[in-house]
Design a protein around this ligand. Structure first.
Ligand SMILES: C[S@@+](CC[C@H](N)C(=O)[O-])C[C@H]1O[C@@H](n2cnc3c(N)ncnc32)[C@H](O)[C@@H]1O
Length: 372
């Protein structure tokens, strides 16, 4: 853990340099943190001695030494606790409501907002973007794959560390639950008005389980920036033959050699990785992005101005501020291309922001030094 600890401490000080201040935050048990190193030490990722050198208070370090985590463990408790949380059926039934923590009713609005972001904000910036392969990271039961990615991309790699949720994905996506979800999404599209006819067509398609994405090819939307339909791209394979299942956490994911992603979608799971694993993961997937047009899209809760981070001690995850998240992408060698807040979510939720990042062009800023 020492090597990791030193690198994480170095990374944390870089992040705080980007932020222009020592990051402060709190957790869901009401504990306050005076720096990132103090927080990473408290959750057992940084050794207390390294945290002390990196500026954690003596009082907190003394507490940590007393309740020291097992530093010889090959997988930090941060990950094993998250794994146990998501593996437990009581915490997360294999349904939309389960993976969205009781907020299943926002799924339709979420998917409609994501599609608009891809079509209206990302596509105009990357007009040559290809629609061949996407990755859905921390996919749960495949909600995003089913409702957003499969209708657009020829194939999807679905990455999910919980074997239980992964096992539920095929029937969710291609069985009864998937149909119900598609209907909910279709209802949102209809309730939002717009091109009534086209939306109605999408709704019907959704209820059929999207055998035909976005209506017939001859109805293709002529507006600039809209994505071609799967039919327009000439893809014939049924949806269930276009998904590959990978039972892995992002921290362990190494794209197979030769695989090229047009979009890597990371939704409501990025906070499960500690900073060093996140930067390393971003460096690895950058090498698998399609040159020039590949993009990483993050859609997640973000802290408001009152904190730089909030730790959820229940599922071992971290909600970062937009500036903190952007600093990590910058360090990993990415440019932020566009960001947008999701509209229409309940006020009690954290703000949810969509970010589109692409690989930096300059070799000198390519995130080297944070490998694997
Ligand atoms: C809130 S759910 C979101 C699921 C899905 N992205 C969606 O929007 O429907 C969080 C998911 O992240 C997964 N997860 C937890 N730790 C992870 C890790 N280290 N890497 C990737 N995914 C992780 C969980 O198993 C769970 O499926």
């Amino acid at each position: 853990m020492c090597e990791t600890g030193n690198q994480l401490a170095e990374l944390v000080s870089k992040v705080e340099k980007h932020l222009g201040r020592i990051a402060k935050g709190n957790d869901t048990d009401g504990r306050e943190y005076t720096s990132l190193s103090e927080m990473w030490a408290t959750v057992g990722i940084l050794e207390p001695s390294v945290a002390l050198k990196a500026g954690a208070t003596r009082k907190r370090v003394a507490e940590l030494v007393n309740g020291a985590a097992d530093e010889t463990a090959s997988v930090p408790a941060w990950y094993t606790q998250a794994y146990s949380y998501w593996e437990a059926e009581g915490n997360c039934p294999p349904t939309i409501d389960g993976v969205l923590g009781g907020f299943g009713h926002v799924s339709g609005t979420d998917i409609a907002g994501s599609r608009r972001f891809l079509e209206g904000r990302v596509k105009p910036l990357l007009p040559a973007m290809r629609l061949e392969k996407a990755a859905d990271c921390g996919a749960g039961i495949g909600r995003v794959t089913k409702l957003l990615l499969l209708p657009i991309f020829a194939s999807v790699d679905l990455l999910e560390p919980s074997p239980r949720l992964l096992a539920a994905a095929p029937s969710f996506m291609f069985g009864q639950e998937g149909h119900r979800a598609a209907r909910m999404e279709a209802e949102v599209l209809l309730s939002e008005g717009g091109e009534e006819e086209k939306l109605r067509e999408q709704a019907v398609v959704g209820m059929r389980g999207r055998e035909e994405p976005y209506g017939k090819a001859e109805d293709a939307d002529p507006r600039a920036g809209s994505l071609p339909t799967r039919q327009q791209q000439g893809m014939k394979a049924p949806p269930e033959a276009r998904v590959r299942y990978l039972c892995l956490g992002m921290q362990d994911f190494q794209p197979a050699s030769g695989v090229v992603y047009d979009v890597v979608w990371i939704q409501w799971c990025i906070g499960h990785l500690h900073d060093l694993d996140l930067v390393r993961f971003l460096v690895r997937i950058k090498a698998a992005l399609r040159p020039e047009t590949g993009a990483v899209i993050v859609k997640d809760n973000c802290c408001d101005a009152s904190a730089d981070f909030v730790v959820d001690t229940g599922d071992s995850s971290l909600t970062r501020s937009p500036a903190y998240l952007k600093a990590l992408f910058e360090i990993a060698g990415y440019d932020l291309r566009v960001e947008e807040r999701q509209q229409g979510f309940p006020a009690e939720l954290f703000p949810v922001i969509m970010f589109c990042f692409t690989a930096k062009k300059e070799a000198s800023q390519s995130g080297e030094g944070w490998g694997p």
